[in-house]
Design a protein around this ligand. Structure first.
Ligand SMILES: *Cc1c(COP(=O)(O)O)cnc(C)c1O
Length: 371
C-alpha cells in the first residue's frame, strides 16, 4: 500500500503503512499475545446483563472521568492507590499516546531501548516527538549503564520502558527502575502490559511509585486479563500526571459500553486471571522444549517466547503458517515470537515447527551458526 500522490497527507507520514500484525483466519493463533482462555458462561452472562442495563441509557454521554471504573482499577492494583492516581483509556496504546501528547510533542524527545515494543516509535511520530533509541545488551538484558549514558546525552522528556519487555520477555530489576528514575529529567513510563505473567520473585514498579512523582506505570486488560476485545488500558501515577492527561484526552473518550463491560469483567477478576498460572507453566514448558531442540530461547516473564535464530525466519514463519499456526515475525533479525496458548495449541505449534524444519533443505541451513 502506498499513499496516492494526490493525497495531501503530512509529508512525514507518507512513507508509512498502517500497523499490521497480520489478522489471518487460521485455526491456531499465537501471534498477538492474547489469553487463549475466554470468560466463563457466568462471567459472560454478567457482562451481557450489564450491557442490557446500559443499553437503556445510551442517549446520554458516559461519565467523562470514568470514576467508577478508575475506582475498581485502583482497588485491583492495590498498593494503596485511589482513583485519582489511576487513569484509563481505550487500550494502553491510547494511554501511551496521551502521555506523549501531554509530555512529548514538537521540540521534545522520547527515548527507549531496542529491541522493544514496535508501537513506541509510532506514538512519537504521531505526536511530532523526536525519537531516540539505545540498545539492550547482546543477550537482550537491559544495560543500565548504556541507558544512563543515553539519558545523560539526550535528556529525554519521556523514557519508555517495557517490563516485561516485548518481544524479549525480560523484566527490569527495581534497581534499574530506580536508577532510570533518578537520572531521567522528565517522565519515565514503565509499560507493565505483561505484569501478571511475571515470575514470582519479580517486582512491579508500582512498589516504588511513591518515591518518584514523574514515574508512570501502565497496565492493560488485554493480556493476562483476557479482555483484548474490550480495549481497556490504564495507568497509575501521581494525580498531577492524571490531570495533565485529562487535558489532552478527547471528551468522553471511554464509551459507556466500554466502562460498563470493563467493570463487569473486573467484578470477575479472580476468574479472568484464573488461567495465568497455567499459562506461565505452558510458557516454561514451551521454552524448555525449544531449548531442547537446540534453539536460542530468551527467558520470559510474559506470555510469549522469543526463539531463534534462523537465517530465513520468514520462510520458517510461512512454513508454520502453512500448517495452520500463526506466530509473529517480529523483533531482532533471525528471531520469531510465539504467544503462549492452550496445551493443544502449543502441541500444534511444536508439530508445525518440526514439520517446517524437515522440509527446509537442512536444519543447518535454517539455523545460523553460533558465533
Ligand atoms: C500488548 C501490549 C500493550 C497493550 O496494548 P493494548 O492497547 O492495551 O491492547 C502495551 N504494551 C506492550 C509492550 C504490549 O505488548
Amino acid at each position: 500500500m502506498t499513499v496516492p500522490e494526490w493525497l495531501p497527507i503530512r509529508d512525514d507520514l507518507r512513507p508509512y503503512e498502517p500497523y499490521g500484525a497480520p489478522q489471518l483466519d487460521v485455526p491456531v493463533q499465537l501471534n498477538v499475545n492474547e489469553n487463549p482462555y475466554g470468560p466463563s458462561k457466568a462471567t459472560a452472562d454478567d457482562i451481557a446483563e450489564s450491557l442490557r442495563v446500559v443499553a437503556t441509557d445510551l442517549n446520554r454521554y458516559p461519565d467523562r472521568e470514568a470514576w467508577a471504573l478508575r475506582t475498581a482499577l485502583a482497588s485491583y492494583l492495590g498498593h494503596g492507590l485511589g482513583p485519582e492516581a489511576v487513569w484509563a483509556a481505550n487500550g494502553s496504546n491510547e494511554v501511551m499516546q496521551q502521555i506523549l501528547q501531554a509530555f512529548g510533542g514538537p521540540g521534545r524527545t522520547a527515548a527507549s531501548f531496542t529491541p522493544t515494543y514496535s508501537m513506541y516509535p509510532e506514538y512519537a511520530r504521531n505526536t511530532h516527538t523526536r525519537w531516540v533509541t539505545g540498545r539492550r545488551a547482546e543477550d537482550f538484558t537491559f544495560d543500565v549503564d548504556a541507558a544512563l549514558a543515553l539519558i545523560a546525552a539526550e535528556q529525554p522528556d519521556v523514557v519508555l520502558l517495557a517490563s516485561p519487555n516485548n518481544p524479549t520477555g525480560e523484566s527490569l530489576t527495581l534497581d534499574a527502575v530506580r536508577a532510570i528514575c533518578e537520572a531521567a529529567p522528565g517522565i519515565v513510563v514503565l509499560d507493565e502490559a505483561y505484569a501478571e505473567f511475571r515470575r514470582p520473585d519479580t517486582p512491579t514498579a508500582l512498589s516504588v511509585l511513591g518515591d518518584y512523582p514523574r514515574l508512570i506505570v501502565t497496565r492493560t486488560m488485554s493480556k493476562a486479563f483476557a479482555f483484548a476485545g474490550g480495549r481497556l488500558g490504564y495507568l497509575a501515577a501521581d494525580p498531577a500526571i492524571v490531570d495533565a492527561l485529562r487535558i489532552v484526552r478527547l471528551p468522553y473518550h471511554l464509551s459507556a459500553v466500554t466502562q460498563t463491560v470493563a467493570l463487569a469483567a473486573l467484578r470477575h477478576a479472580d476468574e479472568m486471571l484464573a488461567r495465568v498460572a497455567d499459562l506461565r507453566e505452558t510458557r516454561d514448558e514451551t521454552a524448555r522444549w525449544l531449548h531442547e531442540q537446540g534453539f536460542d530461547v530468551v527467558d520470559s516473564d510474559a506470555n510469549f517466547v522469543l526463539f531463534g535464530t534462523f537465517e530465513d525466519r520468514h520462510a520458517v514463519w510461512q512454513g508454520i503458517l502453512d500448517h495452520g499456526v500463526l506466530i509473529r515475525e517480529t523483533g531482532p533479525d533471525g528471531w520469531l515470537r510465539v504467544s503462549v496458548g492452550t496445551p493443544e495449541e502449543m502441541a500444534a505449534f511444536r508439530d508445525a515447527l518440526v514439520a517446517t524444519l524437515e522440509t527446509l533443505p537442512t536444519r543447518q541451513a535454517a539455523t545460523q551458526e553460533k558465533a
